[in-house]
Design a protein around this ligand. Structure first.
Ligand code: SF4
Ligand code: SF4
Length: 302
């Protein structure tokens, strides 16, 4: 089997939200976008990184001593300077923390490692028409590993899905086409200026990739995350819906905003916190479904 290694920050078994049936979700590290509402901020940097849990810290200072770059300080409260942290080998700061207050987001896996984990669940996944969903981060960032993993899944007759924001070169997407059963494509906005300002993504590039995917016969389920203050106006949903219809995409899942990722911003020492937002009320979500269905799309809450 292929010996390439990829950096993952999580593997979740028995998921029922990201594709058909019961699935094993594999979360890749690395993303070119910086969405303010990202629920997995530890996914953005491709490198492994320490995560700090203040509730568990016993203040021994061992991590300060072990850090070769002086990135950790306990003066004026605990802090990690992410500019100084160079993700050194084995992350001694976390590896030596007996209180488990520092953990590592980002472990190296081979294709074989992942296939072994997935096959443990195959009896459940296969019986439910499930399989593997590659998520992130943006998995296309690690395209060599992604391609090798997808290929190995198909050799084992495992169903494959990729969750993608499509912020990557077309050539990366093209390489996944022979081995991917379903693309779960995020469509955050169609307005170039707004998308650029809030995520750092170029709408014309992202949307063009989705259009090309559709033209190449990929099975696409679109995802429309609902982010208050960014894309929840009716006309914004209508624009997204019209774009999907123009591509020949038939299914869209409406994803409500949630706050589960907010505490992680502090744990990662990113130096920023997401804007304060509240999830949409059920009636507002229903309204989005109506808009998409009114355009002829099959729409459901994801
Ligand atoms: S080694 Fe762990 S317990 Fe000790 S100061 Fe660092 S984070 Fe806290
Ligand atoms: S990963 Fe290495 S450089 Fe970064 S904080 Fe930990 S010990 Fe310091």
């Amino acid at each position: 089997m292929d010996t390439k290694k990829g950096i993952l920050f999580d593997i979740q078994r028995f998921s029922v939200h990201d594709g058909t049936g019961i699935r094993t979700n594999v979360f890749f590290k690395g993303c070119p976008l910086r969405c303010d509402w990202c629920s997995n901020p530890e996914s953005q940097d491709l490198r492994p990184q320490p995560l700090y849990d203040a509730k568990k810290c016993i203040g021994c200072g061992g991590c300060v001593q072990r850090c070769p770059s002086g990135a950790i300080s306990t003066e004026n409260g605990y802090s990690i300077d992410t500019q100084k942290c160079f993700a050194c080998a084995e992350l001694p700061c976390a590896a030596g923390c007996y209180a488990s207050a520092l953990t590592i987001a980002g472990q190296s896996y081979t294709v074989e490692d992942i296939i072994r984990i997935v096959k443990r669940d195959a009896v459940f996944d296969g019986a439910s028409s499930g399989g593997v969903t590659i998520s992130g981060g943006e998995a296309m960032v690690q395209i060599d590993f992604l391609e090798a993993l997808l290929k190995a899944c198909k050799e084992q007759e495992i169903d494959t899905a990729i969750e993608t924001c499509s912020a990557c070169g077309w050539d990366s997407i093209r390489r996944t086409l022979p081995y991917t059963d379903t693309y779960l494509c995020d469509v955050k906005h169609t307005d170039p200026e707004k998308l650029w300002r809030e995520t750092g993504g170029r709408a014309e590039h992202l949307l063009e990739n989705i259009r090309r995917l559709a033209e190449n016969g990929a099975y696409i389920v679109a995802r429309a995350p609902q982010i208050p203050g960014f894309n929840t106006e009716d006309r914004e949903s209508e624009d997204i819906g019209r774009f999907l219809v123009s591509c020949g995409i038939q299914r869209v899942e409406v994803l409500n905003f949630h706050k589960l990722g907010v505490p992680k911003y502090t744990k990662c020492f990113l130096g920023r916190t997401p804007k304060d937002r509240e999830p949409l009320e059920p009636e507002a979500l229903e309204r989005k479904l109506e808009i998409f269905r009114g355009l002829g799309l099959v729409a459901e809450i994801g």
